[in-house]
Write a protein that binds this ligand. Structure first.
Ligand SMILES: Cc1ncc(COP(=O)(O)OP(=O)(O)O)c(N)n1
Ligand SMILES: Cc1nc(C(=O)O)sc1CCOP(=O)(O)O
Ligand SMILES: [Mg+2]
Length: 212
């Protein structure tokens, strides 16, 4: 189930959006987004009450369309919003403690950059694994070295059943490389959130990630 849901994973905060964020999410879901992460982080992002209010509205849109609503980094916000899960990176705290703090219905996603990190994440109970950066990106300034879809291939060989998504610099013209390497899906920010037409940009990506 989660393998199919990960097909087109939108990661987003208001700071990423060319248009209104709630409208962006709704158009993206109508275009084919299947999984969502609220990543309100970095320059221009909302904090405090405004961040919570935006999270509530984005979760409502997700649930209207049966799309899981995941929160980036912040366990407190996961609880506050009763999110469907938490996504953490290698530097976001004790993975085991985070997993144990979640409710049984909440998923844990973990960012990794190589096979060793993926094996550890799987052993600590990650429900899915993000692997990046696939390609160069300007969206996140503290990315690790770009090693590309080959890392997905290496992880898939050792972990044939783990739900995997690639992230970082993924656009409609390179998304199929990530899927062909063995990912269940792609996680995208700017190719969707910066598009003039969010729905059309999403539909272009869908064509590249759906296995026929
Ligand atoms: C699906 C997915 N994969 C990777 C990341 C990156 O997480 P992290 O390394 O913790 O960096 P921040 O996103 O917190 O800046 C992600 N968010 N989502
Ligand atoms: C949030 C994030 N994590 C990455 C990682 O490598 O773990 S790269 C990234 C930014 C992805 O944005 P875009 O789709 O605009 O390139
Ligand atoms: Mg993080």
């Amino acid at each position: 189930m989660i393998e199919q849901q990960l097909a087109l994973y939108l990661v987003m905060g208001s700071q990423n959006c060319k248009h209104d964020p709630v409208e962006t999410l709704e158009k993206a879901i109508q275009g084919g987004v299947t999984f969502f992460q609220f990543r309100e982080k970095g320059l221009g992002s909302k904090i405090g009450k405004e961040k919570i209010e935006l999270g509530i509205r984005l979760k409502e849109v997700c649930h209207q369309y049966d799309v899981p609503f995941i929160v980036n980094d912040d366990l407190e916000l996961v609880n506050e919003l009763d999110a469907d899960g938490l996504h953490i990176g290698q530097k976001d705290g004790d993975m085991k403690k985070m997993k144990d703090s979640l409710k049984s219905y909440q998923m844990l996603g973990v960012s990794t950059h190589n096979l060793d990190e993926a094996l550890e994440a799987k052993n600590l109970g990650a429900d899915y694994i993000g692997v990046g950066p696939m390609f160069n990106t300007l969206t996140k300034d503290d990315i690790e070295e770009v090693n590309g879809p080959i890392v997905i291939e290496e992880i898939r060989e050792q972990l044939p059943n783990v739900p995997l998504v690639g992230i970082g610099g993924i656009k409609h013209h390179n998304a199929s490389q990530v899927i062909e390497a063995g990912a269940n899906g792609v996680a995208v920010i700017s190719d969707i959130t910066q598009a003039e037409s969010v729905k059309e940009a999403t539909e272009r990506l869908v064509g590249k990630v759906i296995r026929l």
